[in-house]
Structures are given as structure tokens and as C-alpha cells.
Design a protein around this ligand. Structure first.
Ligand code: NAG
Ligand code: NAG
Ligand code: NAG
Length: 973
């Protein structure tokens, strides 16, 4: 599928809008910024897979959808992701996977469906997965496999179906028998009872078979069935008897695990062709010397040399000195872990086994390691690795390893060693790795490591060391890694670190250091690459100290985060001087009050900087603070109270590709600041109160149209204080109105000038003329005279009407106002206009010579231009002279829509009430008409001063005749 159709599809589905958006963000996934094509959609609590993956691009290669609540994979769900190679949908609640769920995944190599509720697989579920080589179905509810389930996955290499409810081995064997690439099959923790297989055989390629923790009570397979198996794990099938192996060809086995079965190993070796040296005797009940000796004698009959001997988990409490002498010579590892040994006896029981290279007695009950510089000690000069981890060793006495002078790796970690004799490690000249971590050591003496000239790695983490005395490490000139983390170190004596000429990684985190002692680092200033000072008590009170790191020219990784309990507080001005090689700097959780703009100036090689919660309260990052960080690739400035994201601060980071700005306080982000980061590909702006206002309209637009910068979960960002609305689609139309208006007016002016003017001249000739007359009258004497005469007008009302309404005027209006008891004097144009005078002048003098102007409004009236002029004049008096002269009489109902083109009329109507002639179609026309005339007469009698809001309060009686109502435009009688 091409990319354009996909975009259209996904955008339509996901956003439910037909906008074409090329933004780079996903609803529930994050593309790994350092591994293009890898998408992680973890812990999203989604129930529907479409919501998770619909917006992923077809270029996706690795996809991890772990820890969601998916229960269903519908058909063709991944059809738009044809390039997927690795797909993980583990730790969900999957129970239903449709037949064609994985259709189109022709490239898929690895599929992980572990930790779900799958109880059934559809027969052609994997039909398209020709390239699948790794399939994980651990921890589901599979009871059986449908026939032919693996018929097309011919490249399958590893099939893991641990922790299911499989009972039928023969069905499994049948479904994998044609898989000529299958190498590993893991069926541990199922409910298999035998390996019976009804005439099918396993593929020759299958060499690793795990059937541990089942319910096997026999093997029940043909002689040659396991012929090609090399690693066979049958452990924890407690009912599996020795006889099960009778007649089963195990000639290619190179590791057989039988722990916690009912197999008697001695018998096994007698009846089976399994190569004795490859049987792991761990957990086979060889708990005393009698049983061990018996085994050894048998072994010795079969082989001369034994590479490894596993005897762990056998409840062995003690080994007599001669027991293992009966065994063949062991050249590799002897494992006595998980037994009940209380004493090592200086490994005297190995006196016939001096070829051993690796001895392990982890998880036993050892409480001390005695001195082994004795008369008849066994000299194990081939031993290179020795492990006593996970015991209860409290003390290690002098010369404890005198009998094993050539060990290279010594593991004494995870014990309770409180006492390590100053001569305990005496003689270990070849020691390279020493693990003493997780003990109770308080003191190291200046000769503790005296002989360990070749030590490279020394781990003393999690002890109780408080002081490093002078000369402690003096001999350790080859040490490259020193881990002193998690101790209680408060200080080093002046030459406490002397001798560490090759030190490269120095871990001092979690101690009680209060300051950084520059002079100490002198020894390894040319070799140190990693310095971890996390979680100490380092704090500064003055900015003026010399940089403690000045000469650490190779330092590339510096951790200073989380100083307890106050934080670094004040970061000295020159603190990071000279750290030109630094690549990683951690300063989180430090309550720093101020970051000077030149703080990071020397860190020109820095690639990673985290200032997460580094600083106290609201920190303003000052302009230029990152100015020299031209190699910075990733910047984490989460939760440091940034109020303002500006170009001045961030603009210099020309290599920055990932920026994490979560949990800060800015309400806006300037787009030009983002645009000044040319390499930016990943931006995390979650939990920032970005306002959904015009200030951010550019940001919204930039994000939605930027194919290069992934904005993490952008479509989920909410508007602050309004969880219902999303940042990505808040309405920005309104923001562009200013610009639109500007464009509109400038265009309109141009059009007006070049096109509309002539039209206006023709069409609105009368309007211009009207304006001209008003203008002329304004200045004319007559005008002034009319104004002066206003109080004693010639007429009570000038009646403006259209000739088509003349009938009504003559028959109804005139008799009711001039006669009939009321004696108003009306001015009618056909009767009272001066002959020979300009019609406009006539109208002007009629309007101004009358106290009122009655407009008889009908549809014809509205379309008559002359009447319009009259209304304009009267309304001019209403609005501009504030004289209330206008009375509107509607002869017929006129809809709002018809009125809408008469702008000035509408304005009048909003200001005034008007009378509606009841006509003759209402129930009682005579009474309604009487009311109408009464109201009109009353209106005629009112003064013409307009009631403004101030004098309304003074003279309310003037208004009682005219109840103005916004809702009732027509005052119906
Ligand atoms: C995909 O995952 C595999 C296995 O974890 C890894 O080796 C490979 O580099 C990844 N590919 C991409 C493009 O991230
Ligand atoms: C294993 O299978 C047996 C019958 O073969 C059955 O009784 C038992 O409940 C099954 N165990 C589990 C955990 O399903
Ligand atoms: C060793 O264990 C076996 C089996 O439990 C027992 O029969 C035998 O007596 C034991 N031998 C010794 C010396 O304790």
C-alpha cells in the first residue's frame, strides 16, 4: 500500500476528520528516536488494537504493544504494516485472534504473544508468516494446537509454548514435524504426560527440547525419537521414573537435566546410552558420600575425564575427603551450589581433583572462610573461578585463599562479611575480578589488597565503609573499575586513592561525601572516564571555587544527581571547567537555585544532558546557557519550572535530536525557537499547560504539518483546565481573522476604486444626491430657519407613503386624524407640496416643518426610493439630532428577512416601537382599529425630544406611551 492512501486512511479513521495532516505523532505509540522504525506502545491501557496501531506508518519494523488491555485482534489488523519484523503483543488480555489477524505480515520474523488469555489458535492464523522464525506463546491457556497451524511457517527456528495447558504431545509433534529449521522447542510448564507421538518424528534440526515441569510419567516414545536432541530438559517431572529411558536413543545428548524427577542416575547410566559426562546430576538426590561414591565409580568406568559435574540441589551437607577421588578427573566446573555445606574445609575434598578450573558453592550455609595456610592443604593451582555467593559468611580469615593462588575471579558477594582479615586476600596475584559487594565491611586496611597487583575490577558496593585510609589501593595499579557505591564514605585520607593509575570507572554514588576533593583525582586524571557521585551530600555555598574536575581530560560520564538532602544548591561558576571530553552529564534532583549562563561553556563534547528536576522552584534558563553545546544530542529539562521556551536559550543546539520538556510551566512555545533546532526529531511536551489560544495557533499548525519532529502523544495533549478539548484541534480560525480582515479591506479598496465606483454612481445616484442635499441644507439659511421654526411647525405630521397606499391614507388616516374629533394637521405630498419646487427641497421642508413624520410602511413603500429618502431624513433627525419625529405604521406584516436590506429602517425599529394596522382579518376589526387610532393619536401628541437613558429617569411619563420591547417588534393592539 502506498503512503498517500495510508495517510488518508489513517487520518480519516483516527481523527475522524478528512483533514490531510502530515504531523509526526501517534496516538498511543512512540517511535524510538534512536531506532527508526521501532514503535513502542506500552502501558496505554487500550482495549482496541485499532486505536493503538491505526496511525502507524507502513515503514514500521519493530512494534511492541505490551501492557495494554487488548482482548481481540481483528482480521487484517496489521495489513497496513507490511514491513513488520518484530511484533510483541505480550502482557495483554488477548483471548480472540481472528483467522486472518496477521494477514500480510510476510516479513515478520518474531512474534511474541506471551502473557495473554489465548486458549485457541485458528488453523490458518500464521498462514502469511513465511518468514517467522521466533514464536513465543508463553503463559496462555492453550489446550491443544489445531492441525496444520505451522504448515506455512517453514522458517520457524524457535517455538516457545511454556506455561500453557497442553496435554497432547503427539499433536504438537505432528504440527512441528515438517519444520526443517526448528531448533528449539520449549514446552515446560504444561500438562504433558508422555512423549508418545503416533508415528511422527521430530525434525532433525530440533536439538533443544524443554519439557520441564510437566506431568510426564514415562517417555513413551520410539527408540530413535530423541536421536537428534542435544539439550533435553526433563526436570520437575516428579513422576518420571528411570525405566522411562529404557531403549530410548540419547546418543547425541550433550546436556540432560533431570532435577526433581524420580530418576535414579546410577541406574540411568546403566540402562541408557546417554553420555555420562553430559548428565547434570543436580537435584537427583545424591545427598551422601555413599551415593556419590557409587556414581563416581560408575562414571569412572565410562569416562576418564569429566568436563563439568553438576551436583547442586542435592542436600549435601558434607563431603568426605576421598569421595570425589573415585570420580573421573573434572577439568571444568564443579557446582555444589544449593546444598547444605557448612564448611569448605579449604576444599580438601578436591585433593584428587586438582584440575578443576571453576568451583562454585553458592547458596550454601558457609559461615566463615578459614585460613588455608596449613601443613597438608590441597593446592588447587588450576582453579580460576571461585564463587561463594549467597552464603552466610561473616569472616574471611588470613590466607583464606592460599590454596587457590591462581584464581582470576573471586565472588564473595551477598554474604554477611564483616571481617575481612588484612591478609585474607594474600597471594592472589592473578586476581582480576573481586566481588565483595553486599556485605557488612566497615574497614579496608592499607594492605588488604597488597598482593592483588592484577586486579581490574573491584566491587565493594553496599558495605558500610566510611573512610578510605591512606594507601588502601596502593597496589592496584591495574584496577580499571572501582565500585564503592552504597557505602558510608565521608572522606578519603589524602593518599587514599593513591595507586589507582589505571582507574577508568569510579562509582561513589550513595555515600556521605560532602565535598569533591580535587587533589584525590590527580592519580587517575588521565584515565578516568566515568565518575558517579549520585546521591551524596555534596553542597556548595559559594560560587567561587576552582573546578574539581579541571584535569579530568578523559572524563566522559559524570553523574551528580540527587545530592541529599538539600541538593547541590549553588552550582559554582567554574564547576565544569575543563571537561572537554564529557559526553554524559546528570544533574537531576538538585535544587540548584541558579544556572549561570556560562555554566556549561566548556562542555563542547556533551551529547547527553539531563537537568530533570535539577533546580529549585521556578528557574529561568538564561539566554546562552547552552550556547557551546554544539554536540548535544539529547536534552532532558523536565520539571524545572521553565516558563518561557525561547530561541535565546535553546537556539544554539544545532545537533539536538531529542528534547524532553515535560512538566514545565510555559503556556506557549515559540515556533521559531523550535525551528532553530535543525536536527530535532523528538519532542516531548506532555504535562505543560499549553493554552489553547491564538498564542499557540502557530505551534498547533507547525506540529500538525511537521513530518520531521515527533511530538510525543500530541493528539492526546489536553487544553489546560478543560480535559474535554484537545490541543491539536482547538479552533484557530478566529486567530487568522486580523490578517483576513486586513486582506479583505485592502482588496476591497482596490476593487472599489477600479470596479465598483462607476456602478455605485449609476445605481446609487439618488443616495449621493440625498447626501448632497443634506449637506447643502445644512449650510443653507433655510435649514437654519426650519430649525428655528421647529417649535411652531406648520404641520403636526408629514405623512410619507407610497402612492399604492393612497387609498388607505385618504380613507382611513385622514378622517381619523384630521376629522373625527381630533384636529391634527397633516401634510400630504400630493395636497400640500409647493408646486414648481424641487421635490427634494419639498421633502426636506415637509419633514422639518412637521412635528412628526408618519411613515406608512408597506412592501411598496419599502421599494420606493422617495419614501426611503423621507425615512432617512426622519431617522437622521432621530439619531443625529436626537429628535423623536418618526412614527412607523405597518400596513401589512413584513418579515424580518424582507426588512433586512433596509439597514437604517432596522436600526429605527430597534430603537422604537411601531404600530401595526390590524387590517380586517382579525376577530374584532372595529375594536382593534379603534385601539390603533388611539395609540397613534397618543403618539402624535408626545414631544419630539428623544428620551435618552439619562433623562428617562427624570421624565418617565414621556415614555409610557411607547413601550419599547426587543422581543415584540410589533406592538399589536
Ligand atoms: C528491532 O528489534 C530487534 C530485536 O530487538 C533489533 O535487533 C533491531 O535492531 C530492531 N530494529 C530496529 C529498526 O529498531
Ligand atoms: C492435567 O491433566 C490432568 C489429566 O490428565 C488433569 O486431571 C489435571 O487437572 C490437569 N492439570 C491442569 C493444571 O490442568
Ligand atoms: C545415604 O543415603 C541413602 C539413601 O537415602 C541411604 O540408604 C544410605 O544409608 C545413606 N548412607 C549414609 C552413609 O548415610
Amino acid at each position: 500500500m502506498g503512503s498517500l492512501p495510508f495517510r488518508l486512511l489513517s487520518v480519516t479513521v483516527v481523527l475522524g476528520a478528512a483533514q490531510l495532516i502530515s504531523g509526526y505523532s501517534f496516538n498511543n505509540c512512540i517511535e524510538d528516536p534512536y531506532s527508526k522504525g521501532s514503535f513502542n506502545c506500552i502501558n496505554r491501557k487500550e482495549k482496541k488494537i485499532s486505536a493503538v496501531i491505526n496511525d502507524l506508518p507502513p515503514s514500521a519494523i519493530n512494534l511492541t504493544i505490551s501492557k495494554n488491555h487488548l482482548w481481540h485482534i481483528p482480521s487484517k489488523c496489521f495489513a497496513h504494516l507490511p514491513n513488520l519484523r518484530h511484533l510483541r503483543i505480550d502482557d495483554n488480555k488477548l483471548s480472540i485472534i481472528e483467522q486472518s489477524a496477521f494477514q500480510n505480515l510476510h516479513q515478520l520474523q518474531c512474534l511474541n504473544l506471551s502473557i495473554n488469555n489465548i486458549s485457541e489458535l485458528k488453523p490458518s492464523l500464521f498462514a502469511d508468516l513465511h518468514n517467522l522464525n521466533f514464536l513465543l506463546l508463553t503463559d496462555n491457556k492453550l489446550k491443544k494446537l489445531p492441525e496444520g497451524i505451522f504448515s506455512t511457517v517453514l522458517k520457524l527456528n524457535t517455538l516457545i509454548m511454556r506455561q500453557n495447558l497442553l496435554t497432547n504431545f503427539s499433536g504438537i509433534a505432528k504440527s512441528v514435524s515438517h519444520l526443517t529449521k526448528l531448533r528449539k522447542l520449549d514446552l515446560c510448564s504444561n500438562n504433558l504426560t508422555s512423549l508418545s507421538h503416533s508415528n511422527v518424528s521430530l525434525p532433525k534440526s530440533l536439538t533443544t527440547l524443554y519439557i520441564c515441569r510437566n506431568n510426564l510419567f514415562t517417555l513413551g516414545c520410539e527408540h530413535s525419537f530423541l536421536r537428534f536432541i542435544q539439550l533435553l530438559d526433563l526436570s520437575y517431572n516428579s513422576r518420571l521414573p528411570t525405566t522411562a529411558f529404557q531403549g530410548v536413543d540419547l546418543r547425541h545428548i550433550n546436556y540432560l537435566r533431570l532435577r526433581s524427577t524420580s530418576v535414579k542416575v546410577v541406574e540411568l547410566l546403566n540402562i541408557s546410552n546417554v553420555n555420562a559426562e553430559y548428565v547434570d546430576f543436580s537435584g537427583t538426590g545424591l545427598k551422601n558420600d555413599t551415593l556419590l561414591m557409587e556414581l563416581c565409580k560408575l562414571l569412572k568406568k565410562k569416562v576418564k575425564w569429566l568436563k563439568n559435574m553438576g551436583l547442586s540441589s542435592n542436600w549435601i551437607e558434607n563431603l568426605a575427603n576421598n569421595t570425589l577421588n573415585y570420580c573421573p578427573k573434572i577439568t571444568g566446573t564443579l557446582d555444589l551450589s544449593h546444598n547444605q555445606l557448612k564448611y569448605t574445609n579449604c576444599l580438601n575434598f578436591l585433593h584428587g581433583q586438582t584440575h578443576i578450573q571453576n568451583f562454585s558453592a553458592e547458596h550454601n550455609h558457609l559461615t566463615s572462610l578459614p585460613s588455608c595456610k596449613t601443613q597438608n592443604m590441597v593446592y588447587l593451582k588450576n582453579l580460576e573461578e571461585l564463587s561463594y555467593r549467597y552464603n552466610r559468611i561473616l569472616s574471611v580469615n588470613s590466607y583464606a585463599f592460599y590454596h587457590t593462588p591462581n584464581i582470576k575471579t573471586l565472588q564473595l558477594n551477598i554474604n554477611t562479611i564483616a571481617f575481612l582479615h588484612r591478609k585474607a586476600l594474600k597471594g592472589l596475584k592473578r586476581l582480576k575480578t573481586l566481588r565483595l559487594d553486599n556485605n557488612l565491611l566497615t574497614d579496608l586496611f592499607n594492605n588488604t589488597f597488597e598482593d592483588n597487583l592484577n586486579l581490574q575490577i573491584l566491587n565493594l558496593r553496599n558495605n558500610r565503609i566510611s573512610v578510605i585510609f591512606n594507601g588502601t589501593f596502593l597496589s592496584l595499579r591495574n584496577l580499571t573499575i572501582l565500585d564503592l557505591g552504597g557505602n558510608k564514605i565521608t572522606h578519603f585520607q589524602p593518599s587514599g586513592l593513591d595507586g589507582l593509575k589505571s582507574l577508568s570507572k569510579f562509582y561513589l554514588d550513595g555515600n556521605n561525601l560532602r565535598q569533591i576533593d580535587t587533589s584525590l583525582y590527580r592519580v587517575f586524571q588521565d584515565t578516568l572516564t566515568v565518575l558517579d557521585l549520585q546521591s551524596n551530600q555534596i553542597r556548595f555555598f559559594t560560587e567561587d571555587i576552582i573546578s574539581p574536575f579541571m584535569n579530568l581530560s578523559k572524563l566522559s560520564d559524570l553523574k551528580l544527581d540527587g545530592q541529599q538532602p538539600y541538593g547541590i544548591t549553588l552550582l559554582p561558576r567554574n564547576f565544569f571547567r575543563g571537561l572537554y571530553s564529557l559526553k554524559f552529564l546528570y544533574l537531576t534532583n538538585n535544587k540548584i537555585s541558579h544556572l549561570a549562563p556560562d555554566t556549561f561553556d566548556d562542555l563542547t563534547g556533551l551529547q547527553f544532558l539531563t537537568l530533570d528536576k535539577c533546580c529549585a522552584g521556578v528557574t529561568q534558563l538564561e539566554p546562552g546557557v547552552f550556547k557551546n553545546l554544539r554536540n548535544l544530542n539529547r536534552l532532558i529539562v523536565e520539571d524545572i519550572g521553565i516558563q518561557n521556551f525561547s530561541k535565546e536559550v535553546f537556539g544554539n543546539l544545532t545537533q539536538l535530536s531529542a528534547l524532553q520538556l515535560n512538566r514545565n510551566g510555559m503556556q506557549t512555545i515559540e515556533v521559531d525557537a523550535l525551528e532553530s533546532l535543525p536536527e530535532l526529531h523528538y519532542l516531548d511536551i506532555r504535562n505543560i499547560p499549553l493554552s489553547c489560544t491564538c498564542k499557540n495557533s502557530l505551534l498547533q499548525n507547525w506540529t500538525l504539518n511537521n513530518p520531521n519532529v515527533q511530538v510525543v502523544y500530541f493528539y492526546n495533549l489536553q487544553c489546560p483546565h478543560d480535559a474535554k478539548h484537545k490541543f491539536y484541534n482547538f479552533d484557530t480560525q478566529v486567530c487568522y481573522i486580523d490578517l483576513g480582515e486586513y486582506l479583505f479591506f485592502s482588496t476591497a479598496v482596490v476593487i472599489f476604486l477600479f470596479t465598483v465606483t462607476p456602478l455605485l454612481y449609476v445605481k446609487l445616484y439618488w443616495k449621493m444626491k440625498y447626501g448632497y442635499y443634506v449637506f447643502r441644507s445644512w449650510f443653507s439659511e433655510q435649514w437654519r430657519r426650519l430649525r428655528d421654526e421647529e417649535e411652531n411647525c406648520k404641520y403636526d405630521a408629514f405623512v410619507s407613503y407610497n402612492s399604492s397606499d393612497e387609498q388607505w391614507v385618504m380613507d382611513q388616516l385622514l378622517p381619523n386624524l384630521e376629522g373625527n374629533g381630533s384636529s391634527f394637521k397633516l401634510c400630504l405630498h400630493h395636497r400640500d407640496f409647493e408646486l414648481g419646487r424641487d421635490i427634494v427641497d419639498n421633502i426636506v421642508s415637509a419633514v422639518y416643518g412637521s412635528r412628526k413624520t408618519i411613515c406608512v410602511v408597506s412592501r411598496n413603500f419599502l421599494s420606493s426610493e422617495w419614501c426611503s429618502l423621507e425615512i432617512q431624513l426622519a431617522s437622521y433627525r432621530l439619531f443625529d439630532e436626537h429628535r423623536d419625529v418618526l412614527l412607523l405604521v405597518f400596513l401589512e406584516p413584513i418579515s424580518e428577512r424582507q426588512l433586512s436590506s433596509y439597514h437604517r429602517m432596522r436600526m429605527v425599529m430597534l430603537k422604537k416601537t411601531y404600530l401595526q394596522w390590524p387590517g380586517s382579518d382579525c376577530t374584532d376589526p372595529t375594536q382593534a382599529q379603534d385601539l390603533f387610532w388611539n395609540q397613534l393619536r397618543r403618539a402624535m401628541r408626545t414631544g419630539s425630544r428623544l428620551v435618552t437613558e439619562e433623562n428617562e429617569r427624570e421624565g418617565p411619563e414621556e415614555t409610557e406611551h411607547f413601550e419599547t420591547s426587543d422581543e415584540n417588534h410589533y406592538l399589536l393592539p
